[in-house]
Design a protein around this ligand. Sequence first.
Ligand code: GBH
Length: 440
Amino acid sequence: MMDDFTFSRSDFPENFVFAAATSAYQIEGHAFGGAGRTHWDSFAAIPGKVVRGETGAIACDHYHRWPEDLDLARDAGLDAYRFSTSWARIMPDGVNVNPKGVDFYDRLVDGMLERGLRPMATLYHWELPDALAKKGGWTVREVPERFADFADVVAARLGDRLFSTAPVNEPWCIAWLGYHDGIHAPGLTDLRAAARAMHHVGLAHGLAIGALRARSVRNLGAVCNMEYAIPASDAPADVEAAHRYDGIYNRWFPGAMMHGTYPDDILRGLKPHLPANWQDDMKIISQPVDWFGVNYYTCQRIEATQGEWPALGLAPARGPLTAMGWEICPEGLDWLLRRTVTDYTGDLPLWITENGMAGDDGPGKADNGRIDYLDRHLAVARRLIGDGIPLAGYVFWSLLDNYEWALGYDKRFGLVHVDFATQKRTPRASYRRLARALSH
Ligand code: GBH
């Protein structure tokens, strides 16, 4: 494996944007600044759900150490920084505003601008206020309605200084991992709840786009995660199962957001469980956006199973794998982005809003695996640009090692190593090589 990148900035169009991402609950420390309890705190308290029951209470203590972290983003030579605003910090009970919470993001955004980093905001990266989770979370319509109020608060306070804003990070993860697979908060395994969440998270996106536009916030987008689905065998049942996986994962939200329609094959499975009059919301969900972001990490081998719809399961990955056990599959990114442009987004600027891998934890380690992974995905990005795909930017996940959700602090995605005992930050080799690649 190589120990340096094969690209430099000059291989990309002049206005191409390089950024790194983090998210609020994963780095800030929710014990600080009057943030409210989130559904992740409740989920982590259920035995067996999160490694060692860990939470984002302290995380990277970014709440206090943000100037150092923004310095690291700047010194890597990045053009932008993708961060998220915690709903539970800004509205601890989901309704009333915590002034200290908004002040924190006010300082943070100014800190980015002072360092020449364009602020790319995501309003919701998964920390639902627990008070709203208790009312039913994403299964009830009240939550997207309250989310629009939250979007209005952020828009009023930060909107004029943001480079770009997306309401929701990875709607599929929120709805399907949380309510169907049960491996994210709130941990349900209930098809009806999942179907309702699959609708209400999209509705939240659309209502928030409306609220942001009403305050003239510029450059609004959507961010969906995608996984390339590969049938586990040539058997027709596996091929069909992989198509269903693709539909739930990669077509449901882009179809709703870009065209105002759900894909027919998936609608057949979810329709019996959708909220009444769901059709009336499709216009809201498909509010026009200015750009579309795809988060991409891996491909997935899919096999048919006997159970309830969608009757599919994950077959074993085939190597090479990252420390998450995820297959390294840059060609999947190529395929998915081309299909996204053809079927959904057309001329709209497209972003890779997350890409990265977990590996090599030691601060002094060679880090070649991560360099190789990122380099191969950036090679795909260059090829796509060469073929006329309107790719506008690439965002590394992540700037820092952080709270990796159900895996606690075990898995490390950072360009920068974090020692969680001392909070010492140590740039990895990938960070140093990146800084060099971006400087010429
Ligand atoms: C991102 O989601 C998140 O936005 C970010 O918060 C997180 O830290 C980062 O990933 C790393 O995990 O084969 O059963 O393990 C990525 C979406 C969904 C991609 C689950 C990989 C693997 C399923 N991920 N998927 S499995």
